[in-house]
Ligand binder design. Structure first.
Ligand code: ADP
Ligand code: MG
Length: 187
């Protein structure tokens, strides 16, 4: 559908193809429950934390797809790409318009926060976006870094606290502590 195309998912993933038995640290009922989009109605965020390969992006896409199927404007974006876009808008003097465009999505999925370091200017831009969406629309975050170590990503305690404060205030934090599915074959 148009809504799915506009969401720009990198792959098609659904919860049907997710093997919950492989990832026993996950609360299956909780994750399946997110498909009813009650979190979206309440403008709550979902934060998936876990090491590479545990299924964070798969789950984020699956829930995003459910949102699309229920006609919610959804966008999937890689964190690094998002920061490049915000930075370029800032340099062109169109930051306000850019942020308001990202703010309009009912669901924004920001994938891979923390894979690359984020400098101070980028952290401020990300804060402005998160703040604009705060209590207005839901955001799904995936990260390989525990929230307590996010200061290492942003390298600044003040902006880290400001971002976390907005993100975590109304959020479900889903920690995945199991093994990488990518390495499954090699066991
Ligand atoms: P992460 O984002 O946590 O690094 P991904 O979601 O990209 O991990 O998962 C890596 C690959 O393994 C993807 O192809 C994904 O579909 C698959 N995968 C991960 N966990 C599971 C699972 N429990 N059941 C089925 N496929 C999985
Ligand atoms: Mg991922």
């Amino acid at each position: 559908s148009r809504v799915v195309e506009r969401a720009r998912f990198p792959q098609a993933k659904t919860l049907k193809s997710f093997d919950f038995d492989f990832q026993p640290s996950l609360n299956r009922q909780e994750v399946i429950g997110f498909q009813d989009l009650a979190f979206l109605e309440k403008h709550e965020n979902l934060i998936f934390i876990g090491s590479p390969g545990v299924g964070k992006t798969h789950l984020a896409i699956s829930i995003g797809l459910s949102a699309c199927q229920q006609d919610q404007r959804t966008l999937f974006v890689n964190c690094h790409d998002l920061l490049l876009r915000l930075r370029s808008a800032y340099e062109k003097g169109t930051l306000e318009r850019c942020i308001s465009r990202y703010t309009r999505y009912d669901l924004l999925i920001i994938d891979e926060i923390g894979y690359l370091p984020i400098d101070h200017d980028e952290a401020n831009l990300l804060f402005q976006l998160i703040n604009a969406r705060y209590e207005r629309h839901s955001t799904i975050i995936t990260s390989n870094t525990e929230l307590s170590a996010w200061v290492n990503i942003f390298q600044n305690p003040t902006v880290t606290a400001a971002i976390l404060d907005r993100l975590v205030h109304h959020a479900h934090i889903i920690k995945i502590t199991g093994k990488s599915y990518r390495l499954k074959q090699q066991n």
